[in-house]
Design a protein around this ligand. Structure first.
Ligand code: SF4
Ligand code: SF4
Length: 363
């Protein structure tokens, strides 16, 4: 059984000391940060979001984390994909505020990476971002939320999708062996698919036929999720292959570090149905849960998903066309049709940790 520390967002008293940032400080004090990080470069891997998103991890918490790593003698830097760093300041992330530099993980032109073999189906190798590969230690600092592609987006997704180049991200998505189908009869030509495509891969021909440029497509599935008519269909038979690929890439990345130099922290707050890469935020679908942390990525992910409960769903929080389907399974499965636990199962199979955990609450 792995230990997972939990700082609840619920306040038992009206004192700053009973609030989540204060509990976060106490949670971090439970770890031997000096042993883990003294004299080491520490990559704090975040998802800094995009455009008008406002539900990524608040700079208040990032600053606390940076300060604690510095106090332990570590040399922290914040990092994310090349695409997210230039606009991070729009969402309050600056070196001045956070206390550490913000570095594009694969360099300014995505040309700084280390290629490592994976050899899983069509994914022969993966390009791990250079700033991650060269760091001595890592804190995987993730905002937990729903995800149209894999049900849950937390630490595993933060590593597998966020610590690799765009090219490798496309390679992992392609494991789904995705086929698109478009139903002209259902389509009302609202163009939400086009407007939500981050790769500009959707065009409508002169006769209003939808065309997807698979060369540019990043397989993010935003188009299918955004379509209010369900006119775009995706073959998701390769879903487990995709989750297995994410687990294998996560393993490859974590193998670059000494085992006792990686910490996983999930914020299960502002749990939106979508990933932060959409460039906007919608209301939280459940009340804030809190912060979970540990040195076993599978246990932290499993505990985080367990704490998002269908009975806590906030009515009216889902943007059209999403809704809670009347099917078995986790709340995120009812919303996205994807079992969020699949990635935990595959990560456990890959030897990354245990789905069994003990939760210890921080007072
Ligand atoms: S899957 Fe993503 S990148 Fe591909 S066409 Fe749809 S919205 Fe665009
Ligand atoms: S989002 Fe759906 S209905 Fe709207 S244009 Fe695209 S395929 Fe047609």
């Amino acid at each position: 059984m792995s230990k997972v520390l939990f700082a609840s967002a619920k306040m038992r008293e009206l004192r700053a000391d009973a609030s989540l940032p204060a509990k976060f400080k106490r949670l971090l004090n439970q770890y031997p940060l000096k042993e883990m990080f003294e004299g080491k470069t520490v990559a704090i891997k975040m998802h800094l979001g995009g455009h008008l998103g406002y539900t990524t991890i608040s700079p208040v918490f990032v600053r606390i984390l940076v300060q604690q790593v510095k106090d332990a003698g570590g040399k922290p830097f914040i990092t994310d994909g090349t695409y997210a760093v230039p606009t991070a300041k729009d969402r309050g992330y600056t070196e001045e505020v956070l206390g550490a530099p913000i570095v594009p993980a694969a360099g300014l032109k995505e040309g700084y990476y280390k290629t490592i073999p994976v050899d899983y189906l069509s994914l022969k190798d993966v390009q791990i971002c250079g700033e991650i590969a060269n760091a001595d230690a890592m804190i995987v600092y993730s905002h937990g939320k729903g995800h149209g592609h894999c049900g849950w987006g937390g630490a595993i997704k933060n590593i597998a999708m966020g610590n690799v180049t765009c090219k490798s991200r496309g390679g992992i998505h392609a494991l789904m062996d995705t086929e698109f189908k478009w139903d002209a009869e259902l389509c009302t030509h609202c163009y939400l698919c086009h407007d939500n495509c981050p790769a500009n891969a959707i065009k409508f021909e002169k006769d209003n036929t939808l065309f997807i440029d698979t060369h540019s497509c990043r397989y993010c599935m935003h188009c299918a999720t955004a379509c209010p008519q369900n006119a775009i269909e995706i073959n998701d038979a390769g879903m487990r292959q995709f989750q297995t690929g994410m687990a294998k890439v996560t393993k490859v990345c974590l193998d670059l570090f000494e085992k006792d130099r990686v910490l996983f922290i999930n914020h299960v707050t502002s749990v939106t149905p979508f990933c932060d890469c959409w460039g906007f935020s919608s209301p939280a679908i459940v009340p804030d849960v809190g912060i979970l942390a540990g040195t076993d990525i599978v246990a932290v992910e499993q505990a985080s998903i367990d704490m998002i409960k269908t009975e806590d769903f906030i009515q009216g929080s889902l943007p059209h066309p999403l809704y809670v389907r009347d099917v078995e399974g986790h709340l995120l499965q009812k919303i996205h049709g994807k079992d969020p636990y699949l990635q935990c199962e595959e990560a456990a199979k890959a030897g990354l940790g245990s789905q069994e955990y003990n939760l210890e609450e921080i007072p």
